[in-house]
Design a protein around this ligand. Structure first.
Ligand code: PRX
Length: 581
């Protein structure tokens, strides 16, 4: 499809003056220290994200402003002001410190659907000085076990139904002391667990927020790499400076906005921009409990008069697939500003936004490790569809060759960022060496390949590693391969990302079978179900191809590169290290 190479700013209607008024000027003058002065510090070294997000507003007119409007899949609505969230998170902080003996730095994990309690639980944990670890409710037992065992989490907040799903792995978590069950009207199945509702009912409304230092650990999100199990990227309380500044200047949040971030709290976008970014700016946000549905989403935007919408390319492509007529059946005029993250946003999707909603999607780029947006399109700037935009003021990205020389515009290389910045991860939990290996010659190596143009716009090229990005979820091939070979029929497995029109990539597995097993459709389904149940639906191979043996190096390493080249019909490249039959 032909599309314009540039969309000239200002694009669409601008009912408000953009927060970032002059990119060049702000970029020159920007200082993180200056930004941090806009936040309510305890003193020059102590800050707490829970306080900044919620309690800091209690001294202002925002006290009784709505912070969270939640709509369930059944249409039930619950609303919370900043004062409500302050009170409820205080209660939960009391539950943690008084009933569950949570101390500074203890890990509290969340395995819940998108219900209000996850927001209250996260804020309460931060206020109590704990470290939060949100998990996708779509995870299977293996995925939960890997993360909770690695982090040695002390408390898990979940529901009875989700607990049942992972029951088999709970005895394998020796550090887990207590499970908090969010009942929401349902029976408790195990009397030894703590009922969230009962504990909250007896807890006090007042709590003195822990005066965490700016470098104290606050947030953990597990992310996948090429090798090994997922690693816990750890962020500190200081990160909120980055959440705050980017939510203000990239998402362009204004006092009157109704903001909707479609990301799940299990994903870093769901915490940085589904909680801390908007709330530190005192913004009202709406949350829909359910997953994707074009009709439901448009209904939701219409009902709540959403003004700023932060979503992801796969969702946008699914909306495109649902048709151009559908949005016309709804009043979506409230929409003022649209943003996207997580995967490459194809130019067609940018243009589609402009034609259907009267405003394009503004792409931005970042990672679990960067904690906040690094590169972005801004309301005041031209959009070059296909580009992730320009560096956030205060952030210095570069395109480097493998020897860490900066490359000129137009040349592809490694996307790196100059450390430090406030929301930069501070370690991979328990894997300091691996963390250090991400920093070289004064740069943080992102693991993405990209290029930039003469005007400083960055373009994503590919991942530099084997990590699969399926609908915005990073899936480590090793994780999937490890589960696959636990299936009784599977001898060996190699996993790659196969390009997909909607999800960008889907997981494809090449599998060789043990003696006595024959390839069949039934076996294929059985293996798919096996991975789906143990890991998650995102990680389950969409396609399985049975092959006699997998290409391996002489040292026995499966060569995913060859599997991928074979799949895409590309030249096989250097095969001199291949194992000989
Ligand atoms: O490969 C890049 C891709 O997603 C990775 C980060 O994923 P994750 O750690 O799960 O972070 C999620 C929060 C954004 C990146 O290394 N990615 C992210 N944004 C974009 C992107 N690829 C292309 N364009 C983007 N805008």
């Amino acid at each position: 499809m032909e599309y314009p190479k540039i969309l000239k700013a200002p694009i669409g209607k601008h009912s408000v003056k953009p927060n970032l008024e002059n990119y060049e000027k702000i970029r020159q003058e920007f200082s993180w220290d200056q930004v941090s002065k806009e936040l309510d510090w305890f003193d020059s070294d102590h800050i707490n994200i829970g306080h900044i997000a919620i309690d800091a507003h209690l001294k202002t007119e925002r006290r009784d402003k709505k912070a969270l409007i939640w709509e369930s899949t059944k249409g039930q609505i619950e609303e919370f002001t900043f004062a409500d969230l302050a009170r409820l998170s205080n209660r939960f902080a009391n539950v943690l410190s008084q009933e569950l003996n949570i101390k500074k730095g203890d890990r509290v994990f969340f395995f819940l659907d998108r219900v209000p309690e996850i927001f209250i639980g996260i804020l309460g944990t931060l206020k109590a000085g704990g470290i939060i670890g949100p998990l996708f409710s779509a995870f299977g037992p293996e995925a939960v076990k890997d993360r909770m065992a690695d982090s040695r989490a002390k408390v898990l907040m979940t529901s009875s139904a989700l607990k049942k799903k992972i029951a088999e792995i709970l005895p394998e978590l020796p550090d887990l002391e207590r499970i908090v069950i969010v009942q929401r009207g349902k029976e408790m199945s195990d009397p030894e667990d703590l009922s969230y509702e009962e504990a909250m009912a007896r807890a006090s409304d007042s709590f003195e927020t822990f005066r965490t230092s700016k470098e104290d650990y606050a947030i953990m999100h597990y992310t996948s790499g090429t090798t090994g199990k997922p690693k816990g990227a750890v962020h500190v309380h200081n990160a909120v400076i980055g959440h705050y500044a980017t939510a203000k200047n990239v998402l362009d949040l204004h006092e009157e906005d109704i903001y909707w971030c479609t990301a799940d709290p299990g994903w870093v976008t769901g915490t940085s921009y589904g909680m801390f970014g908007p709330w530190s700016n005192g913004i009202t946000q709406v949350v829909y409990e359910g997953g994707f549905s074009a009709k439901r989403w448009y209904t939701f935007i219409e009902r709540w008069k959403v003004t700023v919408w932060y979503t992801a390319p796969t969702a946008i492509r699914m909306l495109m697939k649902a048709g151009d007529e559908l949005p016309g059946q709804f009043n979506l005029e409230s929409l003022r500003y649209l943003c996207s993250v997580g995967e490459p946003l194809n130019p067609e999707a940018v243009i589609w936004g402009a034609s259907v909603f009267g405003k394009p999607f503004h792409d931005n780029w970042w990672q679990t490790e960067t904690g906040a947006i690094m590169i972005a399109n801004y309301p005041i700037q031209d959009i070059k569809p296909g580009s992730m935009g320009r560096p956030f003021p205060g952030i210095t990205p570069g395109i480097l060759d493998d020897d860490f020389n900066e490359l000129p515009p137009g040349i592809e290389g490694n996307l790196c960022v100059k450390p430090p910045w406030p929301s930069m991860f501070r370690t991979y939990w328990g894997k300091e060496e691996m963390y250090q290996s991400r920093f070289k010659n004064g740069w943080y190596i992102t693991g993405d390949k990209a290029k930039k143009d003469k005007e400083g716009y960055f373009y994503f090229v590919s991942r530099a590693d084997d990590v699969i990005n399926t609908a915005g979820h990073l899936v480590g091939p090793f994780e999937v391969e490890s589960i696959l070979i636990e299936h009784p029929a599977v001898a060996e497995a190699g996993v790659i990302g196969k390009p997909d029109q909607i999800a960008m990539e889907v997981v494809k597995a090449f599998v060789s079978l043990k003696e006595g097993y024959e390839p069949s459709e039934d076996l294929q389904h059985d293996i798919q179900k096996f991975v789906m149940k143990r890991l998650s639906s995102a990680a389950a191979p969409r396609e399985i191809e049975f092959i006699d043996s997998l290409p391996k190096t002489r040292s026995g390493k499966i060569m995913r590169r060859l599997l991928k080249a074979k799949e895409l019909g590309l030249p096989l490249g250097d095969t001199s290290t291949l194992e000989e039959d």
